[in-house]
Design a protein around this ligand. Sequence first.
Ligand code: ADP
Ligand code: MG
Length: 331
Amino acid sequence: REEKSKMPHYAGLENFKLIEKMGDGAFSNVYKAVNRSTGEKVAIKVVRKYELNSTQDGNKHLNEKFKQRPRVTERANILKEVKIMRDMDHPSIVKLLSFSESREFYFLVLELMEGGELFHQIVKLTYFSEALARHVILQVANGIRYLHEERGVIHRDIKPENLLFERIPIIPSNNPTPRKYDEDKEDEGEFIPGVGGGGIGRVKIADFGLSKVVWNEETKTPCGTVGYTAPEIVKDERYSKSVDMWALGCVLYTLLCGFPPFYDESINVLTEKVAKGYYTFLSPWWDEISSTAKDLITHLLCVDPDQRYTIDEFLAHPWCHAAPAPAPQTP
Ligand code: ADP
Ligand code: MG
């Protein structure tokens, strides 16, 4: 009851009852809410208008209206996020159900992902077994394949905070360092080959706030050009896709061992490590992880974007097709 009274009221959101805060990103508050007329549970991302920057026409107007200085932060236009999300239709992409705005805020009504961030599951579990990591990463990869190859969209912010579980995954969490996914703990939910029952549910890609369209599906041309496409534009399209593949490599690395491939307390040192692609499969954490998994990561965390795997190369890699472990014997 206390919690409920703390929920803010937004003019223009009267048709929704806010239940709890699910997340706050740097630029938004996300609430779990119920549609009062349909009873449908949703997530609503509330973005304050005057915090947006003014690099796009739409925002310039807003900033003037609110007499606010634009943020220095590079932040894509929320309307672009909406436009990109609006016609996405894939089981690995969080759906935008509706969009509205008030004087002060934008409201993105989203498919509710009750299970929260993949990030929290990594923190909770320490790390994932290869089978479980495969199950998660293949869903993400299929989402990326849809974005890159079918929609011409680059996400540009793939990370565990932006990968969400449809429902609270049933993964054993009583073992602080679970080397193996514990199949005995499984009871209900869908059966995952090689992983067990337990129903970890779907994982979907959220947060298209930094995403960018590089390929126009209607005209079948790179965006912003009408023929006479220069090689650097074509290359740029390929390079920008490769940023998602690097990020996917970082996510996979982190899933398998529980810490990210690049880290340093000093931002300068960290930047240098990333620039040089300096990372290792640190012992003892990586000792028991298959060489196939390491091979795949090597092709993703590859500094030269021309050498880096594309999404189709990723999906064709043997690690993605590893034979599932035999199902647990039922006596
Ligand atoms: P930002 O651009 O501020 O990072 P996000 O779209 O990533 O905004 O949302 C911030 C956080 O809110 C996410 O990391 C997640 O924890 C939560 N969140 C976002 N969308 C949903 C959703 N559809 N269902 C449940 N939680 C969500
Ligand atoms: Mg985010």
